[in-house]
Design a protein around this ligand. Structure first.
Ligand code: SF4
Length: 512
């Protein structure tokens, strides 16, 4: 016989049980929970820049420190929508503790995020990085820089292309030119006093004036139906269309495209979709510098390339911390003369690759005598020596301008006589004697970068770069699932990028 009872024993469960001492929320938060890190760090920062935006008087408002903590913790726990944060403030014990049971609604949260944090969040981010530095958690001496594209909160099919605007403007100018020439032929006296019109430099005002003159000159004349119809279209549509194109060009501001539903977003090639297709989507270019996977600098840009974003990104770093980093490691997308010069001017160690860096390390390439970079250059003589040992003379200098307005100078060297040379086939395909262009400044910068990258320190930085900055993108885009901004417009997207960066850093700090 066993003593086992046949009764099932349940633990006590009484939802209406009255407690002698009601539990405080504080007791219910685990000691090392990330919400405590958010609370502790944001409690320590100086909120003066944020408070400056508040005006005295009026009804009481929710404390910005509480709202900031709630937003940062929202981004940390992958709750990005203001409505979901509002819900969490009623249901989630961590949010309730953080807000001290305050319950701002989603409008208050959304307004605080998109209006109050404008222009000040990057300063708060800088303060947090400095706090982490003081704690010895990170250092901003050696940084790893890269960029990633994040989809904008815009409709994918509402694009405006600079190229089609240009084509439409040219079409109007061409048709107007034809009308003008026709009018000059049939109404010579009426237009005799008029100046020549340059139809390559024409704007909406000029279109209006020219159409008016043509209309006046042809008034009462019998003109072919085709011309009459064209003039009707010109009067009715062209000045308005030209004004519309000008307005769109203003929004484009040198970009190739923008989205109608978020004019600050540019269409960029995004990584492949599930079916293996590359896609053009409205997006922003998020430039980030990290150290040990902590984000120490971020900037948002409207152009897809990384090269031109480097200088403004570094200037933002200097603006935040009052100094430049000691060393920067970045991939080949950043390695151009302008950026190398910038690094040298600011005394920053350069571990930035250039586009042929890896190819140049291959034995096959190094042993190939024909590429321009492998030709011997004698500085004293200012001559290049071709694979046959023939001196190539400097025949001219050329200039190239980058999109940022930076000038690069190229020296052109020409072989004296390639006729009958047995190496002609592999050496060059052009007619006449071989000509090579060499940018001596760029070569010098590349040589320095190559020495740095191949040094022991350089190899360490190159190994660390993908595990640092690229892994950070991986955490944010894949682990957190943040692939599309919630807000529209450059300023608001910058705020979201800042919230992402702060929450990422605090999550890392909590896990350390
Ligand atoms: S083809 Fe001209 S440049 Fe090339 S190796 Fe011969 S001589 Fe030199």
């Amino acid at each position: 016989m066993t003593n086992q009872s046949n009764n099932i024993v349940f633990k006590d469960y009484n939802i209406n049980q009255i407690m002698l001492l009601p539990p405080s929320l504080e007791e219910l938060i685990e000691p090392d929970h990330p919400v405590r890190v958010v609370n502790e760090v944001i409690e320590r920062i100086n909120l003066e820049p944020l408070l400056a935006a508040y005006k005295p008087g009026g009804t009481s408002v929710y404390h910005p420190r509480m709202l900031l903590k709630v937003l940062v913790y929202g981004y940390l726990s992958n709750i990005f929508s203001s409505r979901k944060i509002e819900q969490a403030l009623r249901e989630n014990i961590h949010f309730m503790w953080l807000s001290a049971m305050n319950r701002p609604d989603h409008n208050t949260i959304a307004r605080f995020r998109s209006e109050r944090l404008k222009g000040v969040l990057r300063l708060i981010f800088g303060q947090i990085v400095e706090l982490l530095m003081e704690e010895g958690v990170l250092s901003i001496k050696d940084i790893y820089t890269d960029g990633t594209r994040i989809e904008a909160n815009a409709n994918r099919y509402t694009f405006v292309w600079a190229k089609s605007i240009r084509t439409n403007k040219e079409r109007i100018a061409r048709q107007l030119d034809e009308l003008w020439q026709y009018t000059q032929k049939v109404a010579e006296e009426e237009l005799a006093e008029e100046d020549e019109v340059d139809f390559r430099q024409i704007d909406s005002k000029k279109v209006e004036q020219v159409v008016e003159k043509i209309d006046k000159a042809l008034k009462g004349r019998k003109v072919p139906k085709k011309v009459r119809e064209k003039l009707y279209r010109a009067k009715k549509h062209w000045p308005g269309k030209m004004a519309e194109y000008e307005q769109k060009e203003k929004i484009l501001d040198g970009r190739r495209s923008y989205s109608k539903t978020d004019p600050d977003a540019t269409f960029m090639g995004m990584k492949e979709d599930h079916y293996g297709n590359a896609q053009l989507k409205p997006a922003y270019n998020w430039q980030v510098s990290t150290t040990d996977q902590y984000i120490v600098n971020y900037t948002i840009h409207q152009s897809p390339g990384d090269t031109l974003m480097f200088k403004p990104h570094m200037e933002n770093f200097e603006d935040l911390y009052g100094r430049y980093p000691e060393a920067v490691t970045a991939d080949g997308a950043y390695g151009n003369q302008e950026n190398y010069e910038y690094l040298e001017q600011h005394g920053i160690d350069n571990y930035v690759k250039y586009n042929n860096f890896h190819k140049e390390q291959q034995k096959k390439f190094r042993q190939d005598p024909f590429p321009t970079v492998n030709l011997y250059y004698n500085k004293e003589q200012d001559k290049v020596y071709c694979p046959m040992g023939q001196a190539m003379d400097r025949i001219a200098d050329g200039e190239r301008w980058s999109r940022s307005g930076y000038k690069q100078v190229y020296a052109r060297y020409q072989a004296r006589n390639c006729y009958g040379c047995p190496l002609r086939g592999p050496c060059h395909k052009g007619k006449g004697n071989r000509i090579v262009s060499i940018n001596h400044h760029l070569q010098r910068y590349r040589k320095k970068a190559r020495e740095n990258l191949l040094s022991e320190q350089g190899i360490m930085h190159r190994k660390k770069r993908p595990a640092d900055v690229e892994a950070t993108f991986g955490i944010i885009k894949h682990n957190k699932g943040f692939r599309r901004f919630m807000l529209r417009g450059l300023e608001k997207v910058e705020i979201e990028a800042g919230l992402l960066a702060i929450s990422h850093n605090l999550a890392k700090r909590a896990a350390a």
